[in-house]
Design a protein around this ligand. Structure first.
Ligand code: HH2
Length: 285
């Protein structure tokens, strides 16, 4: 069923996102020793802040700060350790630039500490599975990103299985979105995300991206995160994630053309060109 398109401006008490000129970029800032692409590069807070500011200057509309890698096989990081990693970075970023910061965590304690430090969006790869996270999102009136995952990062790539990957992932996200609304999150502040690479084979990822318009038609805004991920390496033969930028560009262009609202990326400057050209073609007569 086709729902009416969402409004151009998403506003909440501490922030605003303007989609009137097309999709926005979320720059990835992993304050971790072990992320699959940038692990260890930004564990030092001052290096992380510098990189976050650089992505903002390059045109990122959101900076996504995370203190726990969720790559396949990753073990959970205790909330206290995530807080130690992300809070100083969020505080310093907040002082130096006005770009909204999202906190990439499944843990309500971490999200609360990050919001107190100046983050204003919750990015939860478990789509508010923890009821305390759902309560927090409702209480603080912040936007939430609800992502689909099958299993947990430690085991998710062992044997992902779906009868109908698009239908099942979309239905899960719609159920989670309604649940978020029941906890008081406004519909226009909910973003749904198919969770590329999270409990999915290469074929599952491709089918989800090929049919991303079905998610866009749901009436919720959509976020897609493909940046430098393993499925791009499988297709191109590029083992080094840093060599997957052009492969990422293909996914960003097609997602933007299909009406996706936010692209979560490592390479902000390059992907800004991709979405600008895609948008210009979309708007041509
Ligand atoms: N992907 C990653 C982490 N968080 N959040 C959303 N909403 N969507 C995604 O696709 C997504 C995400 C994994 O990528 P990355 O942060 O680059 O690596 P790591 O998990 O190893 O830190």
């Amino acid at each position: 069923m086709q729902s009416p398109p969402p409004k151009d401006i998403v506003e909440w008490p501490s922030g605003l996102l303007d989609f009137s000129a097309g999709p926005l970029l979320m720059g990835i800032l992993n304050v971790t020793p072990d992320s699959f692409s940038d692990g260890g590069r930004f564990l030092d807070a001052s290096k992380a802040v510098e990189h976050g500011l650089q992505m903002a200057a390059e045109g990122a509309a959101i900076i996504d700060v995370g203190g726990e890698s969720t790559r396949p096989g990753a073990e959970a990081v205790p909330p206290a350790e995530q807080i130690t990693r992300v809070v100083p970075v969020i505080e310093a970023m907040r002082q130096k630039c006005g770009v909204p910061i999202s906190i990439d965590t499944k843990d309500a304690e971490v999200a609360a500490a990050a919001l107190n430090a100046g983050a204003s969006i919750i990015n939860d790869i478990t789509a508010l599975s923890d009821e305390r996270m759902a309560e927090l999102a409702g209480e603080r009136s912040v936007p939430v990103i609800l992502m689909h995952i099958q299993g947990t990062p430690a085991i998710m790539q062992a044997e992902p299985k779906y009868e109908n990957v698009v239908g099942e992932v979309l239905q899960y996200l719609l159920d989670r979105a309604r649940r978020a609304e029941q906890f008081g999150v406004a519909k226009e502040r909910i973003f749904i995300d198919p969770g590329i690479g999270f409990g999915k084979t290469l074929e599952h990822n491709l089918t989800l991206l090929r049919n991303i318009d079905e998610f866009v038609a749901s009436g919720y805004r959509v976020l897609v995160g493909t940046s430098r991920k393993g499925f791009i390496g499988k297709i191109t033969g590029k083992e080094d994630p840093a060599e997957r930028i052009f492969g990422t560009a293909a996914t960003v262009a097609l997602s933007a053309a299909a009406g996706v609202s936010i692209l979560r990326v490592h390479d902000v400057a390059q992907m800004l060109d991709v979405i600008r050209v895609t948008e210009a073609i979309k708007n041509a007569t």
